[in-house]
Ligand binder design. Structure first.
Ligand SMILES: Cc1cc2nc3c(=O)[nH]c(=O)nc-3n(C[C@H](O)[C@H](O)[C@H](O)COP(=O)(O)OP(=O)(O)OC[C@H]3O[C@@H](n4cnc5c(N)ncnc54)[C@H](O)[C@@H]3O)c2cc1C
Length: 505
């Protein structure tokens, strides 16, 4: 293909973390980039909402795997520390079990030893082995699975990788694996619940994901001052400095095509934008279903397995609750059944498991003085249009169980202190960000939907159309999406050689 010397123009659909990071990386290489975002602010699922002085991170709240964030800033010629004020958390979580026992997960080994031995004698030494193995899983996954661009099946399925899958315990269920280390069911919970971050049940997920416990306790769980949204704004500022244009409140209606190429975008307000390259950061299933002509791919992606969703409560409280830590988890009912209800029943377990993020004890700017800001997430099944799911009623039951669980902790006057309340359910996730089935984490990360088997970062037919984000390779979660942005930028650079195609074939 002939090339001219001027740099290509790039249009990106969506200012989620994936879209912003690709935009900034390509702009640094001299590409002329415009990001078109349907919402009024950047960040997507790493967004923020402010109501009466309360600041709520609407999606992501946990900053882990700092090296993957640092790598993105370094690729932009910057240092992470100069853009985000990170505080390492200790304890990382307060875990409350059904029997009212309480465990604080901590990177401080003495504190962990003192606590774990009261749960189960000898469990501290086994935890060290569990973390050591988790560290091995993390490094191997990063090098051979997450950080690699798979272009053909033999690159993924080959004798070397069979050995890798064995090393990663990819065929062992995570809960089965954890039982080898911990007899006490509460410790089995404490060292497997993180799989929910990948939208997965630990009863289905591979033991590979013990890497999550390792990264949090050893590499650290952090809080960026200003909340996770400060990452979205920091990256957006950097992208703008590198020349990227952001258009907000500008939903894309169609990807325009000509022959084997994407040639631009039609916006809902009637504008038409043209470009040499199009990158879709909007949810992959939605892009195939709504923005591209139907060639059967949309149906194939729709038939794949999706992760869970969440019912959210964003509460502004007119007093502080120092009893809670920054990250709190309340486990109730039968742990195994709770995942069956979420992943097979596509509903909410009753009683549900509850996560509460209360950032104001780390960062007073997140709430008006003397007040508290809570982000509550309750995992539920994703939306399934072919099944009766009464989401308003499920949301109201979720609120009932939430108040009941907190009353058990002695917080029995909460309701009268709620000054601000906003709630999201699967349908809100679907309509706000165009997330297929309202799944907060997108396509599930089961073995057959990972690496080469995950939807690729480039369209099979329109080769100048690329995909970045949670439902593409390598997968969901902010740090993984940052890796997706690196892989897409590298593909664009490799395909165009940094030059603009002179003619469209
Ligand atoms: C409740 C919740 C909790 C989470 N917790 C964590 C956590 O603690 N830590 C963590 O690392 N990860 C967490 N995640 C996952 C993480 O937030 C996501 O994996 C990541 O932010 C996804 O980024 P993305 O760029 O792939 O997509 P998105 O954030 O979905 O961005 C896509 C963007 O495209 C826009 N868009 C869609 N359609 C159009 C259109 N037609 N035209 C223009 N724009 C469009 C959307 O508005 C959106 O801004 C959480 C997610 C949720 C929802």
């Amino acid at each position: 293909m002939p090339f001219s010397l001027s740099k290509p123009t790039v249009l990106i659909i969506g200012a989620g973390i994936g879209g912003i990071a690709v935009a900034a990386r390509l702009a640094r290489q001299g590409y002329k980039v415009t990001v078109v975002e349907k919402c009024e602010i950047p960040g997507g699922r790493c967004g923020q909402m402010t109501v009466q002085g309360y600041h709520f991170d609407t999606g992501a709240t946990l900053f882990m795997m700092p090296e993957l964030y640092a790598e993105t800033f370094a690729a932009l010629g910057e240092r992470l520390e100069n853009h985000l004020d990170l505080r390492r958390l200790d304890p990382t979580y307060h875990l409350y079990f059904q029997d009212d026992s309480h465990l604080q997960l901590s990177p401080d080994l003495h504190r962990m030893q003192a606590q774990l031995e009261t749960f189960e004698q000898g469990s501290f030494a086994r935890m060290l082995r569990y973390l050591e193995e988790g560290g091995r899983h993390y490094r191997l996954s990063l090098e051979h699975l997450i950080g690699r661009d798979f272009r053909s099946l033999p690159e993924f399925i080959n004798p070397r990788n069979i050995l890798l899958f064995l090393q990663l315990k990819a065929l062992t269920r995570h809960t089965t694996y954890a039982q080898r280390f911990f007899k006490d069911p509460r410790l089995q919970i404490a060292f497997t619940f993180h799989d929910m971050y990948m939208g997965l049940s630990p009863y289905e997920s591979p033991a590979t994901y013990s890497l999550l416990q390792y990264t949090e306790l050893v590499d650290g769980l952090y809080y960026p001052m200003g909340g996770m949204y400060s990452l979205s704004t920091a990256l957006t500022r950097l992208a703008e400095k590198l020349g990227v244009t952001f258009l907000y409140n500008a939903p894309v209606e169609k990807i325009l095509l000509n022959g084997k190429r994407a040639i631009g975008l039609a916006l809902a307000d009637g504008r038409v934008l043209s470009a040499d390259i199009v990158v879709a950061n909007a949810d992959l299933g939605y892009v195939y279903r709504d923005l591209l002509p139907d060639d059967g791919s949309a149906g194939r992606i729709d038939r794949r397995e999706y992760g869970c969703s969440t019912v959210m409560f964003y509460w502004g409280l007119d007093q502080q609750y120092p009893r809670l830590g920054a990250h709190n988890l309340f486990f109730s009912g039968d742990y195994r059944k709770s995942f069956q209800d979420i992943f097979k029943g596509l509903t909410m377990p009753e009683p549900p498991n509850i996560y509460i993020h209360a950032p104001a004890r780390l960062d007073p700017s997140m709430a008006p003085p003397g007040h508290d800001t809570w982000v509550v997430a309750i995992p539920v099944g994703h939306h399934n249009p072919t099944q009766p799911q009464d989401w308003p009623s499920i949301q109201s039951r979720a609120r009932f169980f939430l108040l009941q669980r907190l009353a058990q902790l002695g917080l029995d006057d909460l309701e009268q202190h709620i000054e601000v309340e906003v709630s999201y359910g699967p349908l809100d996730w679907q309509s706000r960000y165009n997330l297929t089935r309202g799944s907060t984490h997108g396509l599930s990360h089961k073995l057959t939907q990972m690496a080469y088997f995950r939807p690729h970062n480039q369209h099979a037919h329109y080769r100048n159309l690329y995909f970045v984000g949670a439902s593409t390779h390598p997968g969901t979660g902010v740090p993984t999406v940052l890796v997706s942005a690196r892989l897409v930028s590298e593909r664009v650079l490799a395909d165009t050689g940094g030059n603009r195609p002179e003619t469209s074939p």
